[in-house]
Design a protein around this ligand. Structure first.
Ligand code: SIN
Ligand code: NI
Length: 260
């Protein structure tokens, strides 16, 4: 039952708080995985009106990621997973927040062909949030390793704040940033995963994903959560533009439901 919570271990909680990311195996059960793959493939193949594909085949960004944001709003099967209490409650336990809200989901496919790595970046600088605490679950729908796009994280880099956005299509070297001079890329941890297993990472943690050198897409679902009470900064973002939030207001309501 996707509504049933699971307990993450004390070791996983301590590791996450220390290092800014953690691996949790078997988050999605084998029978659920078949359903999730089918739903996500359908959601990616359809041109839904409430989700957004960020680039089309042939684009520079597409070679990094074939991405669709807010698939839950177009596909009821995906809503079952994206709104699930199991994932959000694990995020709540790891962060120690009193409650977690959905910010958005994104299907993240690394397509075969001219695949590029996802460059080193932090996620939080893209988000229109005043507070820190936003974080993601990244669920592998295929087994992933360095040959098809597994992720890599720099432990403890979540302590580095106020860096510039990295443009994923035209990246600058985040390690060359003045604020990142104490972060050592050689300490990065490569995280291969079995399908159905996941990582959680803090919005500030430096991360990277390898290019996909196989002939099949690397499929992942990421869901971004924010602690209940997180307020809108007013910054442009595809998920808040056109909504009626004023800077300083808590992000909530039906678009950003409380899940745990
Ligand atoms: C990826 O899936 O390649 C990158 C995911 C992320 O940046 O969080
Ligand atoms: Ni990221």
């Amino acid at each position: 039952m996707l509504d049933q919570t699971i307990a993450v271990t004390d070791e996983q909680i301590a590791y996450y708080r220390e290092n800014g990311f953690v691996q949790v195996d078997n988050m999605v059960k084998p029978d659920e995985l078949a359903e999730l793959r089918e739903a996500l493939d359908e959601a990616m193949g359809a041109s839904g009106r409430n989700s957004v594909q960020t680039d089309k085949s042939g684009g520079v960004y597409f070679n990094v990621l074939n991405q669709r944001v807010n698939v839950w709003r177009d596909h009821g099967g995906m809503a079952r997973f994206v709104l699930s209490r199991r994932f959000a409650d694990a995020a709540r336990q790891l962060t120690g927040s009193s409650g977690m809200r959905l910010f958005h989901d994104h299907a993240l496919f690394k397509m075969p062909g001219d695949s590029k790595p996802t460059p080193w970046h932090q996620d939080a600088p893209y988000w229109p949030m005043n507070e820190s605490g936003g974080m993601s679950i990244w669920i592998a729908l295929d087994d992933v390793d360095e040959n098809n796009g597994c992720m890599m994280f720099v432990p403890k880099s979540q302590r580095i704040k106020n860096l510039r956005n990295v443009d994923l299509a035209k990246p600058h070297d985040i390690f060359a940033d003045e604020g990142a001079k104490d972060v050592d890329r050689n300490t990065a941890v490569v995280v291969p995963l079995k399908a159905g297993s996941c990582t959680f990472h803090d919005g500030m943690t430096f991360h990277y994903a390898h290019a996909n050198h196989t002939d099949r897409p690397r499929r992942a679902l990421a869901i971004i959560y924010m602690p209940d009470g997180t307020t809108y900064s007013g910054k442009k973002h595809v998920c808040t533009d056109g909504q009626d939030f004023k800077a300083g207001e808590p992000l909530g309501g039906g678009s950003f439901p409380k899940l745990a």
